[in-house]
Design a protein around this ligand. Sequence first.
Ligand SMILES: *Cc1c(COP(=O)(O)O)cnc(C)c1O
Length: 233
Amino acid sequence: MSAREQELASRLDRVRERIAAAESAAGRPAGDVGLVVVTKFFPASDVRLLAALGVREVGENRHQEAQAKAEECADLDIAWHFIGGLQTNKAAAVARYADVVESVDRPELLARLDRGAAERGRPLDVLLQVSLDAPDATHRSGAAPEVLAQLAEQVTTYDGLRLRGLMAVAPLGADPAEAFARLATIRAGFLHRHPDATRLSAGMSGDLEQAIRHGATHVRVGSAVLGSRPAVK
Ligand SMILES: *Cc1c(COP(=O)(O)O)cnc(C)c1O
């Protein structure tokens, strides 16, 4: 085993233990929560090592980087999640390599995602990203909770898109437990209309326990597995 492989193996073990402890604390069955390892800023060689360690889902947030890595790792049995802000003119291209797009936040993306999925010849799983930011926040990431129902209805009109659930990020500097409690309420209303869209992608390296307590079915963990990244602008 290389030093990097050893490092990834031990960090991954630690994250898997944290997830198991949080499942148990929440009274949820072992293995209930899926792990998406966020590999942004790290090379395709790390994706390869992670695949050998049993990771089956990875997340990326920038189109060009994601596309290049997905190509380099085309031989691996791994699903690619796109989790970043999505430019309208890149949406079709993302749908050609991504298996799941988690950051769908506006109707303008839908026709383009559908076209990319058709070009690849298979339906695309999508999650709607819901904003947990204060209504007056200068930068909101995700759809406002008020427009979620309408966006979900629009997704269901496309044959190439499969509505799988919701995604959210806890606002910086806020209490993640409070944010994820609000998310759980939003999700309950959403599930009422879309009972099969059961995924809830929430929780990162610093707050995965709180997310699992509030019903996350998938956590997106980067630095706790790969180490710290260069500062993100
Ligand atoms: C980078 C990123 C993560 C992972 O963050 P860590 O704190 O490194 O675990 C999760 N979700 C999204 C949307 C991200 O951009």
